[in-house]
Design a protein around this ligand. Structure first.
Ligand code: G3P
Length: 229
């Protein structure tokens, strides 16, 4: 499963990219507004850091305006993926962009019917919002399963990009279901590392190593010097 980071915060993206485990990034108008920085500059810098697909969302609500915005956004960087809302105008735009090979992420998906429409419009990615469905008592992961099954049934190439991920258990569940991508906030991405047994085991290794009485560098250097003499 590909892991994307869901933020426009450059510090978070730089740290996550340093771990070597992120494949892309998703942004949206709210995440961009939260940073208070120039949109185009931010998208460019994210693309340079991530060196993978970066979703930049249009804000026009008519297809002509979306296409104008998309055409300009695509010139910012080769890694820009155009994000459009799941509306008739958004899918009209998706159909046009996908027809000329532009990658499109169709966002704000909350039903299987919507996901079906996005696949037929040639979406590269569909973004069902797991957390927001859970927030209103629905089962967001059940929707992911429905979409994965539907796309497999009809051999759609659209990738299921699980979004609105609230905690590590969402990542576990969507990976078991077979989502192609999971995008998540920095906090959740960092939480994926955590396990108490890892911490306990590491502490025990270090404590036992104390009885060795010599550091790894020192013993390795001594061995290498001896071998080269
Ligand atoms: O990419 C969509 C994601 O940012 C939405 O997350 O937490 O606002 O539902 P959230």
């Amino acid at each position: 499963m590909e892991l994307f980071i869901d933020t426009a915060n450059l510090d978070e993206i730089r740290e996550a990219a340093s771990w070597g485990i992120i494949d892309g990034c998703t942004t949206n108008p709210s995440l961009i507004a939260r940073e208070g920085r120039d949109f185009a500059e931010t998208i460019y810098e994210i693309c340079e850091i991530v060196q993978g697909p970066v979703s930049a969302e249009v804000v026009a609500q008519d297809s002509e305006g979306m296409l104008r915005e998309a055409h300009l956004l695509r010139q910012i960087h080769e890694h820009v993926v155009i994000k459009v809302p799941l509306t008739p105008e958004g899918l009209k735009t998706c159909k046009s962009l996908s027809g000329d090979g532009t990658p499109v992420n169709v966002t704000l998906c909350f039903s299987l019917n919507q996901a079906l429409l996005a696949a037929k419009a040639g979406a590269t990615y569909i973004s069902p919002f797991v957390g927001r469905l859970d927030d209103i008592g629905h089962d967001g992961c059940e929707l992911i399963a429905d979409i994965v099954g539907c796309y497999e049934n009809y051999f759609y190439d659209t990738k299921v990009l699980a979004a609105s991920i609230r905690h590590p258990q969402h990542v576990t569940q969507v990976s078991r279901i077979g989502a192609h991508v999971s995008t998540m906030p920095f906090k959740v991405l960092r939480q994926l590392f955590n396990h108490t047994l890892t911490d306990k085991g590491n502490a025990a290794f270090l404590k036992d190593w104390e009885t060795v009485g010599e550091g790894v560098e020192a013993t390795a250097k001594r061995f290498l010097e001896k071998r080269s003499s």
